[in-house]
Design a protein around this ligand. Structure first.
Ligand code: T46
Length: 137
């Protein structure tokens, strides 16, 4: 459900030498981290995402710059603007996500609960909505 997708305010250690943020599995986020990947050198106007995951939990962080994430659980939609490296957007399973409006130099880091598995993806929106609505009945 889209209500479960929330901004998590990560610990931030302020320091005149530069700030430090950390994330601990199962402590700050409700899953254990098995994979980390990041999107960078995203050209202006590009769109990423356009899929949902059956079982994957993720935390999405704007390490640098900004971008928008559009979430959809098959019933409701919401858009979150990401522009702070101490905020993570927790995205639970069965959420369609699209990302756009990347600023120049934006870096999007994603902490994931599992290894890459193409079988976990819905890449067709209609298939996703059908299963999302079936699952919630
Ligand atoms: C998500 C958003 C935020 C891999 O081989 N390993 C990986 O860990 C990932 C994430 C992707 N790939 C391959 C699969 C494709 O051939 O890299 C290619 C591009 O992947 P995709 O089109 O899925 O990338 P995005 O940016 O549209 O989506 C990614 C994640 O796939 C997705 O889980 O939530 O970032």
């Amino acid at each position: 459900m889209i209500e479960n997708c929330k901004i998590i305010d990560l610990p931030k250690i302020n320091d005149p030498r530069g700030n430090l943020t950390f994330v601990e599995s199962g402590r700050h986020i409700p899953f254990d981290i098995r994979r980390v990947y990041y999107l960078y050198d995203v050209p202006g106007g590009a769109e990423r995402g356009g899929h949902a995951h059956r079982a994957l939990h993720q935390l999405i962080i704007a390490m640098s710059g900004s971008f928008d994430i559009h979430l959809d659980d098959g019933y409701s939609k919401k858009t979150v603007h990401m522009n702070r490296s101490y905020y993570g957007l927790y995205v639970c399973p069965m959420i369609w996500r699209e990302m756009d409006n990347f600023s120049s130099g934006a870096v999007c880091m994603v902490l994931s609960s599992n290894f890459y598995d193409e079988a976990d993806y819905y890449r067709d929106y209609n298939d996703f909505v059908q299963d999302a609505q079936k699952g919630s009945k």
